[in-house]
Design a protein around this ligand. Structure first.
Ligand code: C2E
Ligand code: MG
Ligand code: MG
Length: 721
């Protein structure tokens, strides 16, 4: 049998656990008393040996749980169990509740048995367990929450219209959404987590969705993988279905890569349309700019363009020296063409002229159309100029001697050129001065180039005053007819009078047409001059020649006058004159521009009984065919052809040819500018019928002409008047 000492010795090794040994056990003796406790018991429960020994072994059991404890332990002891374990609440001396495991050993000894109980504080364990339990619960909660938030995330991700995926740092798929499968691989089912980037890209490449991948799938997949791995990306991806995505990748702090695509098709098309709008705007701006600086008809620069070019060139001039030359080009007979042939033909002529000028100027020249039929060329030249501006001017004049053909019809525009250069003029006066030179060129007879001269300026100022004056003069009837006599070549008798306009200026005295006719043309009042001269002359001559054989009376008719209603009224009034009345038309009007309107008007005049004469014949380009068509009554040979006939047999031959031609066509001939006896003799021999010229008399007032040529009659008129 075992002694207490033996028992104690066998428990000695169990230091750390609280041990109590009691005599008898609770079944044998519910009042069993404590025989011994160890130090750990004191440490755990607070009772020392003095306080514990002799008390009931169950002294530390929590009374609240004691019945439960007995209920669990007693039956096992009664069943003969020698080694029983239980757990229950105990109480320390200080009243603290301790969850304790109790192992009860029943030890038979002589005369009965001892019980030994080993208590182990389970509080700490219990706490750990509780903590573990709580942790477990927390974990479950967390898991539930994670699951929930994952669901939510996935729902949210699937709610995203664009594709979304997270790749881990080894480029295996963590999560993706439906759009990712649908729009990048054309699949319904989502890509399994763990799929490698390469596998995904191969699927995507072969989906036929990616515009760039079609036909080069492998290359595209490889390039895309490289780009993603190199990351971050921010790419525009175009799909074959017309959609456009912006793909963005983002590396998270833990090494994942988040890839998200946003459908920007609409934005993109808005951007494109914005761009194309901007382009259109730009385009419109360019066009507006072009319009602002160019003439819409010819496409050449306009006045504003010219001014800017001049400013640019004068900068160069200031910096580098050299000179700027301005050439002012004006078409001599454009107005006429425009009036008679219509604006469409006029426009076509201007375009042709623009082209012609363009082909004559240097590439570095500035060419602009500054007005109806007015063009300006600017040329900057340093010392090493290839072509002097004068040559260009002459080339232009020569070019427009040749007719411009529109729809098979030839039009003779003719050009005059005014030249001014910074050698003489200030830059700021350049355009005015070239214009003045142009004016001068025109007043000298057109079809020529003229360089600006300081004296031209004064003349121009004079012109300006005169043109203001002329309008007043018309109202004041200061324009009056003078008469130049025409002589019959055979009889030497006066047979005709030509009425020529004179301006009786109150301050300047008597002025001839060369001083005011071109001004009148610019002012477009030549027809009023014609009318004044006609009305006054007709009145005077009806009076003067009422009782004697009346000479023929001829009037110069401008193109404007010819095409007016007034000329037909005049033709009717002319029947009151006892002699023949003739209208002289310049060769250019008469024969060059034969159109329907002019022909009708000429027929109407002929019907009214007015004779038609071609003035200055030989000065222009009239063809023999035109002459035959128009069938005038008389040709007046230009005095420039007559002047040399006494010195040049060639000239005489030419005049003879004209006279012969006229006679063949049954047209009578007057020679103008017969200045000498010689002239008269030669012309008579050539068969010319009528003479007009200084040799017989200058243009004079009617009374003077009467005095010289109808002296008796003049005396009669004077005595009766
Ligand atoms: P035109 O019709 O050829 O008239 C003849 C011009 O030659 C006149 O000049 C006359 O003075 C000038 N003349 C006449 N004989 C000689 C001569 O022997 N030698 C020279 N060197 N000249 C001679 P005028 O009066 O100065 O007229 C010039 C031109 O003005 C006219 O040339 C005519 O085309 C135009 N003209 C004159 N009066 C009128 C008019 O009332 N209406 C229109 N539309 N034009 C007119
Ligand atoms: Mg005349
Ligand atoms: Mg003449």
């Amino acid at each position: 049998m075992t002694t207490l000492d033996e028992i104690l010795a066998s428990f000695a090794s169990l230091a750390g656990d609280a041990i109590v040994i009691g005599y008898r056990d609770l079944v044998e003796d519910p009042e069993a008393k404590v025989l011994w406790i160890n130090e750990a018991y004191t440490d755990l429960f607070g009772y020392d040996q003095a306080e514990a020994i002799g008390y009931g072994v169950s002294m530390v059991n929590d009374p609240a749980h004691y019945q439960d404890f007995l209920a669990s332990v007693v039956p096992r002891i009664e069943a003969g169990g020698r080694h029983i374990s239980a757990e229950t609440y105990c109480r320390t001396k200080q009243g603290k509740s301790v969850w304790t495991s109790i192992r009860i050993f029943l030890i038979p000894v002589e005369g009965g048995r001892y019980s030994a109980a080993i208590y182990r504080d389970l509080n700490a364990l219990k706490q750990r367990e509780d903590a573990a339990e709580a942790a477990l619960q927390e974990r479950d909660q967390a898991i539930r929450e994670v699951e929930l938030s994952q669901d939510r995330l996935l729902t949210a991700l699937n709610g995203l219209e664009g594709p979304f995926a997270i790749w881990d740092k080894d480029w295996r798929l963590v999560v993706s959404n439906q759009s990712f499968a649908k729009s990048l691989m054309n699949r319904k089912d989502m890509l399994a987590p763990g799929t490698s980037l390469e596998d995904f890209l191969n699927l995507a490449a072969n989906s036929g969705l990616f515009e760039d991948a079609v036909g080069r799938e492998d290359k595209w997949a490889a390039a895309s993988a490289d780009a993603l791995r190199a990351g971050p990306i921010r790419d525009i991806t175009r799909f074959t279905n017309g959609h456009v995505h912006q793909a963005i990748s983002h590396r998270t702090p833990i090494g994942d890569t988040l890839v998200i695509g946003t459908d920007i098709t609409e934005l993109e098309s808005a951007r494109l349309s914005r761009e194309s709008y901007a382009q259109q705007l730009e385009e419109a701006h360019k066009i507006a700019q072009h319009h602002a600086y160019h003439d819409s008809l010819t496409g050449l620069g306009n006045r504003r363009f010219l001014n800017e070019e001049l400013a640019r060139l004068s900068d160069i001039l200031r910096r580098e020296g050299g000179r700027i030359t301005a050439l002012h080009v004006d078409l001599d007979r454009f107005k006429q063409i425009n009036d008679t042939r219509g604006h469409a033909v006029g426009d076509a002529v201007l375009c042709r002229v623009g082209d012609a000028l363009q082909s004559l100027v240097l590439e570095t020249d500035t060419l602009a159309r500054t007005g109806g039929d007015e063009f300006v060329i600017l040329r900057y030249s340093d010392e090493t100029q290839d072509q002097p501006p004068r040559e260009l001017a002459d080339a232009i004049v020569a070019a427009f001697w040749r007719p411009v053909t529109i729809d098979g019809v030839e039009h003779r525009v003719g050009a005059s050129v005014g030249i001014a250069s910074t050698d003489v003029s200030d830059v700021s006066d350049l355009l005015t001065d070239s214009d003045i030179a142009l004016y001068k060129a025109k007043s000298l007879g057109r079809g020529r180039a003229r360089r600006f001269d300081k004296s031209d300026f004064l003349e121009m100022a004079e012109m300006k005053t005169l043109s203001d004056d002329l309008l007043r003069a018309l109202d004041a009837r200061e324009i009056v007819p003078f008469y130049q006599v025409q002589i019959d070549a055979q009889t030497g008798r006066p047979v005709g009078l030509e009425a020529l306009a004179r301006w009786r200026h109150p301050k300047r005295g008597l002025m001839t047409p060369d001083r005011f006719l071109s001004i009148a043309e610019d002012l477009e009042v030549v027809d009023r001059i014609d009318q004044l001269v006609f009305e006054a002359a007709l009145r005077e001559c009806i009076d003067a020649f009422a009782n004697i054989p009346a000479p023929s009376l001829s009037f110069n008719i401008s193109h404007k006058r010819l095409m007016s209603r007034g000329v037909l009224t005049a033709a009717r009034q002319a029947t009151e004159y006892p002699g023949r009345v003739a209208f002289e038309l310049l060769e250019s009007i008469f024969l060059d521009d034969q159109d329907e309107a002019t022909s009708l008007q000429l027929d109407a005049l002929r019907d009214a009984g007015v004779g038609l004469e071609v003035d200055d014949f030989g000065s222009g380009h009239a063809s023999i065919i035109a002459l035959e068509n128009v069938a005038p009554d008389r040709l007046k040979i230009d005095r420039r052809l007559i002047a040399p006939i006494n010195t040049s047999s060639r000239s005489a031959g030419m005049v003879r040819a004209i006279i012969d031609l006229a006679s063949a066509l049954d047209i009578k001939v007057t020679a103008e500018g017969v200045e000498t006896e010689d002239h008269a003799n030669i012309l008579r021999a050539l068969g010319c019928g009528r003479f007009q010229g200084y040799h017989f008399g200058r243009p004079e007032p009617l009374s003077d002409v009467l005095q010289i040529w109808w002296p008796e009659h003049a005396r009669r008129v004077a005595s009766t008047g």
